[in-house]
Design a protein around this ligand. Structure first.
Ligand SMILES: [Zn+2]
Length: 252
């Protein structure tokens, strides 16, 4: 893994991140509150200070009680899900958004790809790669269409594949969707005609055709494509009759 080399201090609401983390280490309840509070928050870097705080923002943690509650109430985790919560992980991470701000993100994934995703998102952060939003799909009612329409990037959700009944790789926490509004799921016919676009919005439809290239489109030259495929993920944009440009999955 590429080590973080930024010299930075991270300020969040007047506290450095390390202070915030130290506070939340004191009791389990405070940790839960900190997770609730952190996601979606923007942070700023200040040169000339400690580096350790930044590395601490990319962390793998078990699914704690507060996260389990969010996942059950939000709907991403259902009783019939064959993957035990013990096999899932909650990731803390930071990313650049479309406006160049640094945002606290989060993701639930299967434990076998947790470190790979930390490596991917660390690489993308260091490359200043813009990702609009990375929050649990439960913040969008575990509704993939709603999450995609909000251009939210996510991983775990216990659901069927788009347009089908078989379980998605997302149901095992083994697939990640990135910037879905601008990298939609596109079903095409043998002649290359577009049959279906998800999310079903005018903005996503404007990104169904991939040439000429527009900002935030994932293609073979894209840093996101490279970061995921170098870790061994397969890209949905390479499929033939379905082009799932947002989708990277682990198949091993
Ligand atoms: Zn996907």
């Amino acid at each position: 893994m590429k080590r973080l080399i930024l010299i930075a201090s991270i300020m969040l609401g007047g506290l450095t991140i390390s202070q915030a983390y130290r506070q939340t280490e004191t009791t389990h309840i405070e940790k839960q509150q900190e997770q609730e509070w952190q996601r979606g928050q923007t942070i700023t870097l200040r040169p000339g200070q400690s580096t350790d705080e930044l590395a601490a923002l990319f962390a793998i943690t078990p699914i704690d009680e507060a996260t389990e509650k969010r996942m059950r109430e939000g709907g991403s985790y259902k009783d019939e899900c064959p993957i035990p919560l013990a096999d899932l992980r909650y990731l803390h991470l930071v990313h650049y958004d479309y406006n160049g701000r640094i945002v606290c993100g989060e993701m639930v994934c299967h434990k076998i790809i947790a470190q790979k995703l930390i490596d991917v998102f660390t690489e993308l952060f260091l490359a200043h790669y813009p990702i609009a939003s990375i929050r649990l799909i439960d913040d969008f009612g575990a509704n993939d269409e709603v999450s995609m329409s909000h251009n939210n990037s996510s991983c775990f959700c216990y659901r069927a594949v788009t347009g089908g009944k078989t379980l998605s790789r997302h149901a095992r926490g083994l697939a990640v969707d990135i910037n879905p509004l601008h990298n939609p799921y596109v079903k095409i016919n043998a002649q290359g005609g577009i049959l279906k676009v998800e999310p079903n919005t005018p903005e996503a439809k404007a990104y169904a055709k991939r040439t000429p290239r527009k900002a935030h489109m994932i293609d073979h030259s894209d840093a996101c494509y490279k970061a995921f495929t170098q870790q061994g993920f397969f890209w949905g944009g390479a499929w033939r009759t379905i082009k799932d440009y947002q989708h990277f999955e682990w198949k091993r």
